[in-house]
Design a protein around this ligand. Sequence first.
Ligand code: ATP
Length: 329
Amino acid sequence: MMKALLKVENLSAHYIVKEGTIKAANNINLEIAENSVTAVVGESASGKSTLIEAITMSLPPNGRISSGKVFYKDNDILKSDYEHLRKIRWTEIAYVPQAAQQSLNPTMKVIDHFVDTVKSHNIKWSNHEIRERASELLKLVRLEPGTVLDSFPNQLSGGMKQRVLIALALLFDPKILILDEPTSALDVITQAHIVKLLKEIKKNRDITIIFITHDIAIAAELADYIVVIYGGHVIEKADTIKIFKEPKHPYTKGLINSIMSILSKDDEPKGIKGDPPSLLNPPPGCKFHPRCQFASEICKKEVPDLIKLDDSSKVACFLYKSAGGDVDE
Ligand SMILES: Nc1ncnc2c1ncn2[C@@H]1O[C@H](COP(=O)(O)OP(=O)(O)OP(=O)(O)O)[C@@H](O)[C@H]1O
């Protein structure tokens, strides 16, 4: 594997609610290679956004990081003070949250969003320089600066707003671009345009992309690596071709089978039977065991470690034994 730009070690995060704690990210270990594209996939409420929010320290007020480290360029960013973190965000690690289109201020023109972002980072660019840079970025995301810069968000379509957000995220040339569901809430054609755009960005810039999607077909198209999350745990990570050809975890197999059956227009698409676990009262052991046809006694009691199978794949399942006997990371 190439050099890791971002390394997540034993990261756990939870939410405090009236009923107790929601264990949304549990003991996550991940390495993100420089200049790679990683898709984080999993069904709704599996903990994908929580993982990204924990990494970028942008959990909501009732969210807590209970343990772990996040190394960016060998420094644990979770130990950073607020100022340092604010600097890293956008300039080094840019994050476009889910449904961010609604975060554009309806009373501000697109150009003012660029001006605001520059000013809030204390960067001394003149208004002319900001306009130049914003125009350049809008062209990059295939928008017409002449009209878009002076438009208000409600004059733009959903796809255009998503492009504006991507342009804004690229303002300071970040090393890492993180996007939460960049194509959801868009029609299929617009989704395809955004996927194409992200491919171009990847090709033409020195950038590492991490994106969340519940659409495994989009992950297949864009990502070099796929990380599968289930019940707040990483249960598999592998390079994209491999995960489609040879999924290892029974859940990943189910996920791939269900998409294949949809693509082949089977009369009865093969879904995974049963429901995802409650993260408030998760089952003991492997979170997938109640739905797993291969579950044995150990699966009901112990959480499997994410083990390395070979250079490009890791799995958390008792059906497999580690390649070199070494547990991941
Ligand atoms: N602020 C919060 N307070 C309490 N629980 C939360 C909060 N945010 C998320 N959760 C819960 O944490 C769990 C993981 O949520 P998360 O949003 O990380 O999942 P996800 O995989 O990103 O889902 P989706 O694809 O639907 O966005 C869910 O059970 C969710 O209900």
